[in-house]
Design a protein around this ligand. Structure first.
Ligand code: DLL
Length: 431
């Protein structure tokens, strides 16, 4: 099978809408009949499956939230008996119990199909070798990407995350052409390659398939330069499947949504009302194919907007713009909204500092304070107090222009901010 699924990926818009409406009606009936959780939800809200005839009717359905997963831990959202569930994954929340999800054989087929599409979209083929540096385990990243890569015929090296020196040994010895990782871990790998003085020609990488967290355009440029790759990004979350919801093609102009499997709405997070294409808001996802856990109108907390202009690759799907952050990541400091991604964009344009940073928020009396820990790229400025001070002022000024507030800048020694093999933690909120 060819994983450029042209009949779906290049389907005329009107046909796609029709397909989505048909699938939605089926998914609603399936969900009502099989999910005790949603049956109760519908009954309580006085909604009958027949009330949902098209995407426009979706708004009648209440949102599903993270809390619903917590309240129904571990298997309360499952719509199939355990004998039909062939895989469990879970996403570790920062606190408390994880959100648990289950997949039927059908779900696994669809999942690997969607990842296969991503691989081809990013330029991969059966000529490639992929080193998967996502964690294998309950996290959906490792196994998720693995299955789809294999489906395309890519040679998969299931290295998992961590053990960076060994990662690099295998990159050299096995000659992987695709690296699968979080952007943060890819950066750490790139940096370690430099530290180990590995000759550039010994690293054969061509494509980065990064996800699990966002990366700014500036960070993309750093990774592309350091690793000599095209860096693509893909998006997803455990609650609705894992990776595979949307991903970039080689033109990198937004993430193509797998619209035959998901309906994505963008809402105003305060009012819950949909916003027009092009306007920022919270991503809300409805699954159209999931059997294990069908999900209706899941509030992801991720912030993005819809790009509806055609893409040069010929795929007709609407696209998600790069995530701007999460509603729960957005800091409100002295009344000003601050996203870590804005800080990253500014910092990466400044010389002498590394791409590692941390936002530390605290309260002094009643006033919020923002301190930004910025790591020096190397030792070259350490002897010159004057240059360090000038650098601090430059960072402060550039951030002030973008954020509209004055942050305290703390320059720290090279390599002093902790490296991670998974998702980065950019914010420490001590309020
Ligand atoms: O991170 C699924 C995934 C794995 C996607 C690997 C892509 C690649 P969770 O651990 O449940 O699942 O975390 C989901 O991660 O709501 C976003 O906030 C964030 N996230 C994932 N991909 C991106 C991305 C996986 N490309 C949460 N850009 C989501 C920005 C992302 N944020």
């Amino acid at each position: 099978m060819n994983y450029f699924q042209k009949e779906i990926e290049c389907m005329p818009r009107e046909e796609m809408k029709k397909l989505q409406n048909e699938k939605l009606v089926k998914a609603i009936n399936y969900t009502y009949e099989n999910s005790a959780f949603y049956k109760k939800r519908f009954d309580e809200a006085g909604i009958k499956p027949g009330d949902i005839k098209s995407i426009e009717d979706l708004r009648k359905i209440p949102f599903t939230t993270k809390q619903d997963f917590t309240d129904n831990y571990p298997f309360g959202l499952f719509a199939r008996p355990m004998k039909d569930i062939v895989r469990i994954h879970a996403s570790s929340g920062t606190t408390g119990k994880p959100k648990v999800v289950g997949y039927t054989k059908h779900d696994m087929e669809i999942w690997s199909d969607l990842i296969a599409r991503l691989v081809v979209m990013a330029g991969g083929s059966n000529e490639d070798i992929a080193q998967v540096a996502f964690g294998y385990g309950l996290f959906t990243g490792g196994f998720g990407l693995h299955q789809g890569l294999e489906k395309v015929g890519v040679t998969v090296v299931p290295m998992s995350s961590g053990n960076t020196e060994k990662q690099i040994m295998l990159l050299r010895d096995f000659g992987a052409t695709i690296l699968v990782a979080t952007p943060t871990y890819a950066l750490h790998i790139a940096e370690t390659i430099e530290e180990m003085n590995v000759p550039k020609e010994e690293i054969k990488l061509k494509i980065g398939m990064f996800g699990g967290e966002g990366h700014t355009e500036e960070m993309r440029a750093v990774l592309e330069k350091k690793l000599g790759i095209i860096s693509t990004e893909n998006y997803g979350l455990s609650e609705v499947m894992g990776p595979g919801v949307a991903g970039e093609c080689i033109y990198k102009k937004g993430l193509h949504i797998a619209e035959d499997c998901f309906i994505i709405e963008i809402i105003n997070p305060e009012t819950g009302e949909p916003v027009p294409d092009g306007e920022l808001g919270e991503v809300v996802i409805t699954t159209l194919e999931k059997e294990g856990i069908p999900i209706l109108r899941y509030r992801t907390h991720d912030i993005s907007y819809i790009i509806s202009e055609p893409c040069a690759c010929g795929r007709t799907s609407r696209r998600l713009a790069k995530m701007q952050g999460r509603t729960d990541d957005m800091l409100i400091i002295k009344g000003v909204n601050v996203f870590p991604s804005q800080v990253e964009s500014v910092l990466l344009g400044i010389d002498h500092i590394s791409p590692y940073y941390q936002l530390i928020v605290s309260k002094k009396g009643y006033t919020d304070q923002l301190e930004i820990k910025v790591e020096l790229a190397d030792d070259s400025l350490l002897e010159s107090f004057g240059q360090l001070e000038a650098l601090e002022k430059e960072i402060q000024h550039k951030l002030h222009v973008v954020l509209g507030l004055v942050a305290k800048i703390r320059l720290v020694a090279p390599k002093s901010i902790e490296r991670t093999t998974g998702k980065a933690k950019h914010v420490i909120d001590n309020r």
